[in-house]
Design a protein around this ligand. Structure first.
Ligand code: SF4
Length: 315
């Protein structure tokens, strides 16, 4: 098999926040995304999903681990030397204003990546902007208007169009539809699916909404308090969730159970051993001391739980 497009190896991210205080945002996270594949990333707010996305994009430095993009280790590559890689990995945020300058017309905003990366002459760039507006379902006259003149869904279409102007290989979507109304959300998700197919995009798709992730992803990774606890093909994970936390998440999303009984512990002082042990109904003494390793249980379905085979049957 060819190498992954994005290969995150043992990513650890600790932020000092004061004397003797360190936020353990990510600990030893390893995930990969192949070309044309969408990896969904789910977990409660504060579990490290967005930090991982920003680390993968080299927007924040990592404490340890490697970021390998298309076979190249870019973890410590100087900012200037990242220029050839940047166009190939783009990001869409929850708030379109994070990538749209409110003072720039939409046409200028879409043209800017082409100008910065010296792609084409003025008339060629103009044609590309109009083609992209059409591609994301906006009329040509949108080019002369400013972001505040559009609805939230239209602004997100503009942000998606801007992210695609350089024909990236990887699109990282961080809660990209979370702020949209349900009907608009469905339209934008279908647009993303459509663009994914026509651009051959790989996606790292982050959302707290499991239904959205199920709609979009080929594989899904579940994070809890800075660690990956389960990863596997979408349907395998939905049909047979192995980790107690994944079961809790899916049951809460289905409305068949409350969310985990208590709030998650602070990332300032994550629990020892399995970080889920303070909320897990199956926790044993071993869970309080030994960190469970993410291990493959077959078919690319990996779980980090002491009670999942080969040790014992599912809890
Ligand atoms: Fe629960 Fe222990 Fe498995 Fe952690 S390792 S999920 S505490 S059974």
């Amino acid at each position: 098999m060819t190498h992954p497009l994005l290969d995150l190896r043992g990513i650890t991210q600790h932020f000092p926040t004061g004397p003797g205080q360190v936020v353990h945002a990510l600990d030893d996270v390893s995930l990969h995304v192949h070309r044309g594949e969408t990896l969904g990333l789910v977990g409660e707010s504060g579990c490290g999903k967005s930090t991982l996305a920003r680390a993968a994009m080299r927007l924040v430095p990592v404490t340890a681990g490697q970021i390998v993009f298309d076979g190249d280790d870019i973890t410590h590559r100087p900012r200037r030397a990242l220029a050839p890689v940047r166009p190939r990995m783009q990001m869409v945020f929850q708030d379109p204003y994070a990538s749209l300058n409110p003072r720039l017309s939409v046409g200028r905003a879409l043209e800017e990546p082409l100008r910065v990366h010296r792609r084409g002459g003025a008339s060629e760039r103009r044609a590309q902007v109009l083609a992209m507006l059409d591609r994301v379902g906006l009329r040509p006259d949108a080019a002369a208007r400013h972001p505040h003149e559009f609805s939230g869904g239209q602004r997100q279409r503009i942000a998606i169009g801007r992210a695609l102007m350089l024909s990236p290989d990887l699109l990282v979507c961080d809660e990209a539809v979370s702020a949209l109304d349900v009907s608009v959300r469905a339209q934008v998700l279908n647009l993303l699916l459509d663009l994914r197919a026509s651009f051959g995009l790989a996606m790292l798709f982050i959302s707290h909404d499991l239904a959205v992730v199920r709609h979009m992803a080929n594989r899904v990774a579940v994070m809890y308090l800075g660690r990956v606890v389960e990863v596997g093909p979408r349907e395998a994970l939905w049909r047979n969730p192995r980790h107690p936390y994944t079961r809790t998440l899916l049951a809460a999303a289905d409305g068949t159970a409350e969310s985990a009984a208590s709030d998650p512990p602070s990332a300032l002082a994550p629990p020892s051993g399995c970080r889920f042990h303070t909320r897990c109904p199956h926790a044993t003494e071993r869970c309080r001391t030994d960190v469970p390793v993410l291990h493959d249980t077959g078919g690319g379905h990996a779980v980090a739980c002491h009670l999942v085979p080969p040790t014992l049957t599912t809890p």
